[in-house]
Design a protein around this ligand. Structure first.
Ligand SMILES: [Cu+2]
Length: 682
């Protein structure tokens, strides 16, 4: 029965002409980036390298705003991040906001041509890390994107009307989409998020015409599948082990492979029940682009218990090593290292050594971890501090007593992309400097609720900053490095050009141009909003533009907004006033809740949490602190936060506090000082 069917399939393949559904977009995706920017990473390589060079190191100082457009209040507020790379084709720009709303703009003037309002449920409760959408893909006259409600959508590029809308999962089960998809040769490749909600990660390939799911590749093996022996036998822990895909894949059409990186293992900080390396968490993976068949993987972190996602997009590049041309792939990890591999087989190009690491039997820690040759872009050891006497370095384990470790689970490089310049041979790596207090707690899995198993909170008041580093792709060592006042690895990222320039935004609102060779700052322009998105380069009517979304970032706490800024040498617009800068010390982050009368300790299925952690109330309000967790917790005014204390409350107990005087009150849980919250009294 099988043989004739195989024969028919082979015959069909043999007689089918080599037919591309959109030959022009496919050609642009395979080519160096010129006047159009048609996919999130510029082209199939994710290099974010533009060949345009009208703007160069000699004239970039004259750059001014060509236009600035506000997107009608879309995605404005503390819960949103605006991180998308706008796409540009034939003088029209397409941009998506943190509310999954899409706008088409005249790329020369900024005039809005059409708009799509997603109407997504504002009560989606499974958003991990800010309401965000990292961008669009295009092909066959359609724009493709994922929404936070786990639907993949195709819009008509001319009108913004919905062509199809397909749920690839349910947000109620913990799944959301935050990454920009990739279009190539008739397929739309989409990742999915939810690694903090006990989900099963996957790459989904959809038919661009219809939205039909052609295949799925699960990043977590089912029983008996390849990799299943890296999970405890006879358990279903791998079915909720995370390994989600936070960013856009890359694709090599000659090798016929699609590449992506995967996020942390779940539950993040509790490895006690998932003995083994836990494939394919924190890994780089190659699949056959047409079928989704596994080809190779490289795991950056075995048995991850530190939330060390590989969240930045993978980058394809060609290089010469020891006189031989090599096909490279690189990814900047949360560990602070860049992982540089051969993309034909996944073997290290420069050298990565498995070294023994410290052990914690209760966490079932891996015996060894991969150490890339070369330099890390951020510090890899924490320091003790008052209340936190234990400190450790990367891969040091922890149990229920907190250990101060760097990098924390939010840095080195998080979601921000890392561009590559074939001119300099450098990767441009954004980094976050922040220490986390890592402690395990055995949270119970409940569908659609947080499932993290502990904490990596930065203690309130501890310093946070960033780095911006040029890493030489030939040696994996630092060519030059800037220490920056704000964290860079989480939002923005940069883009590099044949004009010898690196463009990047800054959480304080600045738009910067640097000399790609030596890092010298050549332009600093204040946009007026948190500039926490990667810029994009394009050309219309012979004029080169640089565009960046400026709308802040919920995790950075950079100033929110809904602006898109385009710059050119003919630009006339000057800078705006600086917005409030983001924090440089740790404290409560994210949106500020109003209309609240109860703070739940251990809420949202996270033992070490105050929910909501930030509230704004009127003078005279009574807040009820209720312990819904398993351990005793309390709320105690922290340094200058007044003189109030709930005392330590056993499980199930509550205590009310009345706030009579206006002010900003921070508080901590004394038994667990990594827990904190904020009450703003007006
Ligand atoms: Cu507590």
């Amino acid at each position: 029965m099988i043989a004739p069917m195989v024969l028919i399939a082979l015959l069909v393949l043999a007689v089918s002409p080599a037919f591309a559904a959109d030959p022009e977009i496919d050609r642009l995706l395979r080519s160096p980036v010129g006047k159009d920017w048609v996919t999130n990473g510029g082209n199939l390589t994710n290099q974010r390298y533009s060949t345009l060079k009208q703007i160069d190191t000699t004239n970039v100082g004259q750059l001014k705003g060509a236009w600035m457009t506000r997107l009608k209040g879309s995605g404005v507020g503390g819960k949103y991040s605006f991180e998308a790379s706008p796409l540009v084709k034939d003088g029209i720009m397409y941009v998506i906001t943190g509310n999954d709303d899409v706008f088409a703009l005249n790329a020369k003037t900024g005039e809005i041509l059409w708009e799509y309002w997603s109407g997504i449920d504002q009560k989606i409760s499974t958003v991990c890390c800010g309401w965000v959408n990292r961008g669009l893909a295009m092909g066959e006259g359609l724009l493709f994107f994922g929404q936070l409600d786990a639907q993949v959508v195709a819009l008509d590029m001319k009108t913004g009307k919905v062509k199809w809308k397909v749920p690839i999962e349910r947000w109620e089960n913990g799944y959301t989409i935050t990454s920009a998809p990739l279009y190539y040769d008739g397929l739309v490749y989409s990742g999915i998020s939810g690694g903090e909600f006990g989900v099963r990660g996957r790459l989904t390939a959809l038919d661009a015409k219809t939205g039909e799911v052609k295949w799925r590749w699960y990043t977590l093996p089912g029983p008996g599948e390849f990799g299943s022996n890296t999970w405890p036998p006879g358990t279903d822990h791998s079915m909720r082990g995370g390994a989600t895909i936070w960013n856009t894949p890359a694709l090599d059409p000659e090798l016929g492979l699609v590449y992506f990186a995967t996020g942390n293992c779940g539950p993040d900080y509790d490895g006690s029940m998932r003995e083994g390396d836990n494939l394919f968490c924190a890994s780089m993976v190659a699949l056959k682009a047409k079928t989704g068949d596994y080809v190779w993987h490289f795991q950056q972190v075995h048995h991850d218990i530190w939330d060390y996602d590989a969240a930045s997009p993978v980058v394809l590049f060609d290089t010469v090593i020891d006189g031989k041309p090599r096909k490279g792939i690189a990814e900047a990890g949360r560990t602070g290292w860049v992982y540089i591999l051969d993309r034909t087989d996944g073997k290290p190009l420069i050298g990565i050594e498995e070294r023994p690491v410290a052990q914690e039997p209760r966490q079932k820690t891996a015996k060894t971890q991969p150490y890339p040759k070369g330099d890390a872009t951020v510090p890899q050891c924490g320091e003790p501090m008052p209340g936190f006497p234990k400190a450790g370095c990367i891969f040091d384990p922890f149990w229920e007593t907190p250990v101060m470790i760097q990098p924390s689970g939010l840095g080195g490089t998080n979601w921000s992309p890392m561009p590559y310049s074939p001119d300099t041979g450098y990767f441009y790596v954004p980094g976050t400097v922040r220490a986390g207090s890592f402690a395990r707690f055995g949270d119970t899995f409940k569908t659609g609720q947080r499932y993290v198993g502990g904490t990596q909170a930065a203690p309130i008041g501890t310093p946070m900053s960033g780095t911006f580093t040029a890493i030489d792709s030939r040696t994996n060592t630092i060519a030059w490095q800037h220490k920056t006042p704000y964290r860079l690895g989480g939002g923005g990222g940069s883009t590099v050009t044949a004009g010898g320039l690196v463009f990047r935004g800054d959480p304080d609102g600045s738009f910067l141009a640097l000399d790609a060779k030596n890092g010298k700052e050549l332009l600093r322009f204040q946009t007026g909003f948190g500039a926490d998105a990667p810029p994009v380069i394009y050309e219309v009517d012979g004029e080169q533009f640089v565009v960046i979304a400026t709308g802040g970032n919920s995790l950075q706490g950079s100033a929110y907004g809904d602006a898109v800024w385009a710059f050119s040498l003919k630009g006339q617009l000057g800078p705006l006033w600086p917005p409030p800068p983001p924090a440089t010390v740790a404290g409560p982050i994210g949106p500020i809740a109003t209309g609240v009368d109860t703070i739940r300790m251990g809420g949202n299925n996270v033992e070490y949490s105050f929910v909501p952690s930030r509230v704004r109330v009127a003078k005279g309000t009574t807040l009820n602190f209720t312990n819904v967790g398993d351990l005793p917790h309390g709320a105690t005014a922290w340094q200058g936060g007044g003189d109030w204390d709930t005392g330590v409350l056993p499980k199930g107990q509550a205590k009310s506090i009345t706030f009579t005087k206006p002010g900003v009150y921070y508080y901590i849980c004394t038994p667990h000082p990594w827990m904190y919250g904020q009450v703003i009294v007006e």
